[in-house]
Design a protein around this ligand. Structure first.
Ligand SMILES: [Mg+2]
Length: 118
């Protein structure tokens, strides 16, 4: 079981992801609605894993990933990607993303990725 922080500006995405994670026996210790809040909650809550949407207002997921890795180089951040974000995925690898998870969410894929990261 892992303590997970969900960072996503879409309420629906957070809800779906949270449901799958809880079903798998994980603990969702926090949710954030943009990158800035995500960085703050990461520092406050110190989750085992952070799921990070890429496109968000205020601060996007790439900048948040960068700041989280600067704060804790061992942070495990799984980037949530949508179609057509290949170049952003390249940047995310550069910044130290642990893995990628594609929208729309698939429970089996999430389980496999979490196993790999943990
Ligand atoms: Mg988004």
């Amino acid at each position: 079981m892992a303590k997970i922080l969900i960072v996503d500006d879409s309420k629906t995405s957070r809800k779906i992801l949270k449901g799958i994670l809880l079903d798998e026996g994980h603990e969702v210790i926090g949710e954030a609605v943009n990158g800035k809040e995500g960085v703050e909650k990461f520092q406050e809550l110190r989750p085992d894993i952070t799921t990070m949407d890429i496109t968000m207002p205020v601060m996007d997921g790439l900048e948040a990933l960068k700041q989280i890795k600067e704060f804790d180089n061992n942070a495990k951040v799984i980037m949530i990607t949508a179609a057509g974000q290949k170049s952003k995925m390249v940047d995310a690898i550069k910044y130290g993303a642990a893995e990628f998870l594609a929208k729309p969410f698939d429970a089996e894929q999430i389980v496999a990725i979490l196993k790999k990261v943990l």
